[in-house]
Design a protein around this ligand. Structure first.
Ligand SMILES: Nc1nc2c(ncn2[C@@H]2O[C@H](COP(=O)(O)OP(=O)(O)OP(=O)(O)O)[C@@H](O)[C@H]2O)c(=O)[nH]1
Length: 389
């Protein structure tokens, strides 16, 4: 698939940066247009792989943002994006839409810029283009407290309602227990970029491929076309892709090798579904699923892919399962990515909603106490307002 990729806010921009890094390391050609949008000038200097002229600062003249971010305030994030919409639109004008099959907007839902400006950007893209617009959103960890959960619960609805599909990544599930907030982001972003680029980059090659089961971008678009929330599973195993003795040996043992390959693929796909998903969920609650098998052509097996597809159909009980190969001549690993589209049994999303309700109640209580304190300060014992002077 050919993609336009837009990162909004700090985490969104870092994830886009990692996607571009991964695709260039693996010779893929997924991200045809990249752009990052932020309210914080310093965060815009962080990406290593985004050209300078594709970094858009918004809100530098806004009274609350002033180029320093929006401090977790979703409403300010949304307001800034609306105010600077002309500038954002001008940046979109450079995107040659005939060159892309879809647009992906990446953001974290726990901060203020990604969760506030992200949905505004998505709405504008939906108005401007007919191509599908997908969201890739990071859910804050429980350990971060009520405010990020409240932001996420509010903006999740906007992301899901306004995108053709929302792929979720749960910080809670991916953080190691001994890590504090902020630690481990680099590794988490790399894991997410690997999954998303291997999935969406399937089928884009410099040279035409003759692979009979090659994945087609229309299959990916079809699987994502559910208006729901998705999760991705991934498993990988290293392979010998040298020209040396081992490869010749394996070629000489073709029959044995092909049944081995089929078993390996089947095992890999099962491992992907049972692995740590980007969003923990009950796989059987998915409406549609898609398998991409990526690796050297000698490792791909039609039989293996077909039996893995049947396994997902039966065991995971998903109605529609598509599968395809992504042959990569020089790859030194065989990877399976499984997209579970429109999953509904997602405990973390339910927990975020509960955490958000509790946070909202706490904020309301604190406001009531503050109002009482202010009233006490400015009124005399008879309840009359004390003049300031
Ligand atoms: N997975 C992941 N999560 C991140 C990363 N950086 C921040 N977060 C999470 O993102 C949330 C904060 O969002 P940010 O993207 O930093 O903030 P922002 O959208 O730029 O908004 P403001 O800082 O309020 O202007 C918190 O839930 C963090 O845990 C990252 O690199 N990877």
């Amino acid at each position: 698939m050919k993609l336009g990729v837009i990162g909004v806010g700090n985490a969104g921009s870092k994830i886009v940066d990692k996607m571009v890094e991964f695709e260039s390391l693996t010779n893929r050609k997924l991200c045809r247009h990249v752009m990052v949008i932020n309210t914080a000038r310093t965060d815009l200097t962080k990406p290593d792989h985004i050209p300078e002229d594709r970094r858009i600062l918004i809100g530098d003249t806004h009274q609350k943002a002033k180029g320093h971010g929006v401090g977790g305030d979703v409403d300010v994030g949304a307001e800034v994006a609306k105010n600077d919409m002309d500038e954002i639109r001008r940046a979109f004008d450079d995107v040659d839409i005939h060159e892309v099959d879809a647009i992906l907007v990446c953001a974290s839902l726990g901060g203020g810029t990604g969760s506030g400006a992200g949905p505004v950007v998505i709405n504008e893209l939906q108005k401007m283009y007919d191509e599908p617009v997908y969201g890739l959103g990071v859910l804050p960890g429980k350990y971060e407290g009520g405010r990020p959960a409240l932001n996420a619960a509010r903006s999740l609805q906007s992301f899901v309602n306004n995108t053709d599909n929302f792929i979720a990544f749960d910080n809670d599930a991916w953080r190691s227990k001994d890590q504090t907030v902020g630690e481990g982001y680099e590794g988490m972003n790399r894991e997410l970029a690997t999954r998303i680029v291997t999935l969406l980059g399937a089928g884009e090659y410099d040279e035409p491929t003759i692979a009979e089961n090659a994945m087609d971008s229309s299959d990916i678009i079809r699987t994502l076309d559910t208006d729901g929330i998705s999760s991705i599973g991934y498993a990988s195993t290293s392979v010998d892709n040298s020209d040396g003795f081992m490869k010749r040996f394996r070629e000489d043992h073709e029959i044995e090798d092909s049944s081995n390959s089929a078993a390996k693929i089947n095992g890999l796909v099962r491992r992907a579904v049972n692995s740590r998903l980007t969003l923990p969920c009950e796989p059987s609650s998915a409406d549609r699923a898609l398998i991409v098998l990526s690796g050297p052509p000698s490792e791909l097996s039609r039989k293996g892919l077909e039996s893995a597809r049947e396994w997902i159909e039966n065991e995971v009980d998903t109605v529609e399962v598509l599968a395809g190969d992504d042959p990569r001549e020089n790859a030194n690993a065989l990877s399976a990515v499984v997209l579970l589209s429109n999953v509904t049994q997602t405990p973390r999303i339910e927990a975020i909603q509960e955490q958000a309700v509790a946070a909202q109640e706490k904020i309301a209580e604190q406001e009531a106490v503050r109002e009482e304190e202010i009233a006490d300060l400015i009124t005399d014992k008879d309840g009359k307002i004390d003049p300031v002077i």
